[in-house]
Design a protein around this ligand. Sequence first.
Ligand code: URA
Length: 434
Amino acid sequence: MRAYDIIYRKRMGEELTTEEIRALVSGFVSGEVPDYQMAAWAMAVCIRGMTPRETADLTMAMAESGDQIDLSAIAGRKVDKHSTGGVGDKVSLVLVPLVAACGAPVAKMSGRGLGHTGGTLDKLESIPGFRVELSPEEFVAQVNRIGCAVAGQTGDLVPADKKLYALRDVTATVDSIPLIASSIMAKKIAGGADAVVLDVKTGSGAFMKSLDEAFRLAEAMVAIGRQVGREVAALVSDMDQPLGHAVGNALEVAEAIETLRGFGPKDLEEICLQLGAQMLRLAGVAADGAEARKMLLRALRSGRGLSKLIEMVEAQGGDAGCIRQPVKLPRAQRVVPVTAPEGGYVQSITALEVGVAAQLLGAGRETKESPIDLSVGVVLRKKVGEPVAPGDVLAELHVSDDRRLAEAQERLLGAYRIGPGQPAPRPLVYGLVT
Ligand code: URA
């Protein structure tokens, strides 16, 4: 089977066989198929697309290209959650303990932040002592003992995706629905999940800028699940403005704790309830979404979700005193307000620009190797729809290094659009795809 023929057939818009897709992926991983042929094929996919069957075959070929996590030693249906990423997205910090407190085991593998989006591992590392590197045995044992664990990837998971993503990144072939859907789902399947709940973000701070693209991605991932025997539910949710108020690692942990105490921002609480309801439903712990929501609300109001977070932090070597008293979390040296130049209503807050401002302060990485400051970031004091008077504080910058402060201030101010008249509220959740 020649790579040339596979590329040619895709270029002509033909449907590839399972064998062809497998041969291409394994040849690429082994080095037999050079980068230039794989890049040509990815470009053909961008232009011609893939059928649901081809997309599922690509997903499985990638999922099986390296190590796969075996979670069979954990009793019950393991439901993973994945967000396509956004600004201020600290959902996992709330959701993992909350869902575990309702009786569904959560074995969550997370990643680090890059660019304007944060990563759950960095956020958790702002809790002094918290260990994100667990061996597979420790990971499974912890979930069996307390019901949840969050750790970084171990072993060589989905090497085909690592190699292909790096190639797509430099050949203008990232934004293809079948390539994105298979890349995400391959990692979830190799991570050992029985079922997956996806949060597909849409808006200025999201990967999928338009609602139509976000729904198409959600549908593609749900279809992969159907083809490969995993239950998948996907919420399409708003990321036009940041989620909650805090953007930055320790600041987001503090906001997640507030949410588990029942005093968090309403948008964050609501998205956690909706995603959590799908997780409990797919785990078989609740009969339907309505029952699941009641269970989650009880866990939230009773403080059981917060207790579960404390248990998880202790189990992973972290200082649980920081959860009981978030003032003990790392703090930036000073807080610089950004004020409104004019009055009116906040019409929009470009999430991407807020993320960039936090990154400029040191909260996010420019490259995979760059160091980050876990204490710094942005706290939004006004969100879309709120009235502002001239001079009101729109947001606070938590700063320890002034070198790029002026740029961060400018980006943050530029993120806010203030105008007359209260804008119609945007929905937080646009729909559920199952
Ligand atoms: N996130 C992924 O994991 N893969 C993609 O292809 C795009 C976003």
